[in-house]
Design a protein around this ligand. Sequence first.
Ligand code: ADE
Length: 418
Amino acid sequence: MKYDVKNFKLAEGGKKRIEWAYHDMPVLQQVYEKFAKNKPLKGKRMSACLHVTAETANLARVLKAGGADIVLVASNPLSTQDDVAAALVKYYGVPTYAVCGENKDSYYKHLHIALKHKPVVTMDDGADLISLLHTKYISWAKSVLASMEETTTGVIRLKSLERENRLLLPVVAVNDAKTKNMFDNRYGTGQSTIDGIIRATDILLAGKTVVVAGYGWCGRGFAMRARGMGAKVVVTEIDKIKALEAAMDGFNVMPMIDAARIGDLFCTLTGNMSILRKEHFRVMKNGAFVCNSGHFDVEIDIPALKKMSNKVIKNVRNFVDEYRVGKKSIYVLGEGRLINLAAAEGHPASVMDMSFATQALATEFAVKNYKKLENKVYNVPDKIENDVARLKLQSMGITIDTLTKEQKKYLESWNIGT
Ligand code: ADE
């Protein structure tokens, strides 16, 4: 088996971590049993470009148990857990190409390896494989039955391809499933972003002014958790409804140029570029921390910060670079890449359980139904969402009410009045 991982000797530790995560993934465990029995992906060549974490390793095991011939590559140069990558190769037979800290060349070399595998199903976290399929591998794109997309940024790109009538294969927007974004994006990002910031800086959040850029599911989750730690939270938005929601959730809402003057810590979670830029750095306080928890490393304009700095001191602490602008220092965490995966371990297994059970079941759906699918972006079927929610509730020991016959009739009627 071919692979590219940092150090095989780390495999033992990686296996322990994968097993630890698996305990907290009860829904995925049930999907594993079903896939091992029914082999819904039998013989299907698959390439997955995901954050190579313990949770992803468990997803890869499930897909392999379902019969997929799977290759795994990283979806971010800083998020790979090297011990997990080694264990995937050594103990679970998954060809893995991922090295934490790899440069752009190595990152893209791995993406090319994933596509040279000639996958008939692809899985992305950020649309990198799909992007290549629509540029350098167009001739292979028509052989791909379907592709899954894990994240908001990826879905935005796919919808843009669809709008331009250029989408060459059917895609399932796993990110848009409620069983994914309401939980993973909100509670997962909320907790793991706080975790990453604390691991990187060890600062006390209580009493700090924390500026949250973007009030989508990720921003909501992070703002909620930052408030829980005692921070004074400011939200910046461009969307009127979301801004209103943030205001009525009790947060201070203002333009970034005003927030930039008062913030102690800034976190971008928008999916857009240049959220923090020159004019903001110029007015920031001495000692301000800036980080990003959106998909790509474009939300903080680091090149602009570098240009206006008289000195850059790398690694003043792990995951912290100091930029001296005049007499003040601005600290950039995790090189502006996803701080929750760069400095911490990403979302906890319990929430990835729902995202990855949804991924696996969406893959089964797409493989079963590809002949009926057009080159469009599809939502995850309601049945899958309901199954995942039901199994998660079950695993948490929670039971809920059901409609009585009368209630059902009432809801279906239009003429039962006062
Ligand atoms: N995205 C965010 N957290 C993750 C995790 N733990 N594993 C894979 N992808 C993630």
